[in-house]
Design a protein around this ligand. Structure first.
Ligand SMILES: Cc1c2[nH]c(c1CCC(=O)O)Cc1[nH]c(c(CCC(=O)O)c1C)Cc1[nH]c(c(CCC(=O)O)c1C)Cc1[nH]c(c(C)c1CCC(=O)O)C2
Length: 353
């Protein structure tokens, strides 16, 4: 097999030395790019874009054509699983994701089927295979899923929430039903991620966007436990002492999970994603890789501000192996494209060995 031309992202995930700090951005394909807005208009709506492999592949490649990024992430959404379970995902303009059917009772949970990733989610696998082909082994392709807890919040709340009242009510009044739901989601996600690996994903990221709204003991029981279980079920080869492209590393990102770094590092993941509240200089290094953690709103600042903040992140991490530069959360849709250019150049220049 032809080697990868740029493998620094996979090297950093395995805490191996690199010539400069690899960089990709969460939500790098998205509405801040004019070419994305055009593609989405052409598709008509977001779900059609996700479900049409040629269009999802095109969205994956758009940021790669424009910028010198060290990884591509397959264009899709974490909510494809509940959609495939039959909940009917749709996006109301300006209101975020919504479901036609929500989960309220243990009977609703019993009736949920575990989707076959090659059938109900076959469009994601087709997009991965096509993107893999189009990338021509230039940079690695990231596959992903939402965490069971994060997906459950959307399924029980019926969409985005600020207070998480319904799911927390379930957590404290009927925990066994919630565990049943999380179990079903874990099985679905493990199957889904294994299918993504089989289709060609070279690294896996788990987005636990709402883990940070839990208490520390609930985080262990209702979020981390299930993510660890999924990681143990992934067919991704054995990590070696030396660098290998046959091994598929896993990154776990709990937004707001900075205080639980030690717990998370015992989940079996290779890298931990951290938001901007974390001081990288305080984290243990060289055993587990770190991804992050620039505040995405820094990109509203001028060149000087962006460069200064890039410098800060790189200095906080120090001269260690195992850093993947990223934003602490997804890029905002009103981010100037020139600011991204400044960010990338700054990371390249300031981290060069
Ligand atoms: C919570 C969550 C979702 N989706 C995702 C998360 C986890 C990360 C995080 O915490 O932000 C993950 C996601 N969503 C999307 C990707 C694609 C890959 C990438 O470039 O990172 C990824 C990795 C595309 C998308 N997913 C979505 C968009 C925007 C849709 C559009 O074009 O209008 C994109 C580019 C839609 C989406 N999907 C979701 C939300 C909250 C929204 C935004 C709704 C809105 O702001 O109107 C659920």
């Amino acid at each position: 097999m032809m080697p990868l031309q740029n493998d620094r992202y996979l090297r950093a995930l395995q805490c191996q030395p690199v010539d400069y700090t690899p960089l990709w951005m969460m939500r790098q394909a998205g509405r801040y790019l004019p070419e994305y807005r055009q593609l989405r208009a052409q598709a008509g709506d977001f779900m059609t874009l996700c479900k049409t492999p040629e269009l999802a592949c095109e969205a994956t490649l758009q940021p790669i054509r424009r910028y010198d990024l060290d990884a591509a992430i397959i264009f899709s959404d974490i909510l494809t699983i509940p959609d495939a379970m039959g909940l009917g995902l749709y996006f109301q303009h300006g209101e975020g994701p919504k479901f036609k059917t929500t989960i309220n009772t243990s009977n609703d949970i019993k009736q949920l089927a575990i989707p076959d990733p090659e059938i109900e989610l076959g469009y994601v696998m087709a997009a991965i295979r096509q993107a893999k082909y189009e990338l021509k082994r230039k940079i690695p392709l990231i596959g992903f899923a939402g965490s069971p807890w994060t997906l459950a919040t959307y399924m029980v709340e019926g969409g985005s929430s600020k207070t998480f009242t319904k799911i927390k009510k379930m957590l404290y009044s009927d925990p066994s039903s919630l565990h049943q739901l999380l179990d079903k989601l874990s099985d679905s996600i493990a199957l889904y991620l294994n299918a993504q690996i089989k289709a060609g994903a070279q690294s896996i990221m788990i987005f636990d966007s709402w883990g940070g709204v839990l208490s520390h003991s609930s985080y262990r029981e209702f979020s981390l436990h299930y993510m660890s279980k999924i990681i143990s079920q992934l067919q991704r080869g054995q990590r070696q002492h030396t660098f290998s492209t046959d091994y598929v590393p896993v990154t776990l990102f709990t937004k707001g999970g900075g205080l639980w770094f030690d717990l998370i590092s015992q989940s079996g993941c290779d890298a931990i994603g951290v938001d901007w509240t974390v001081d990288l200089s305080t984290l243990p290094k060289e055993k587990i890789a770190i991804q992050g953690n620039l505040d995405p709103t820094v990109l509203y600042g001028n060149r000087h501000t962006i460069e200064k903040n890039v410098d800060l992140v790189l200095k906080e991490y120090g001269p260690y192996n195992g850093h993947i530069f990223n934003l602490g959360h997804g890029i905002n849709q009103d981010t100037p494209t020139e600011s991204v250019e400044i960010l990338i150049n700054a990371v390249h220049q300031k981290s060069a060995k």
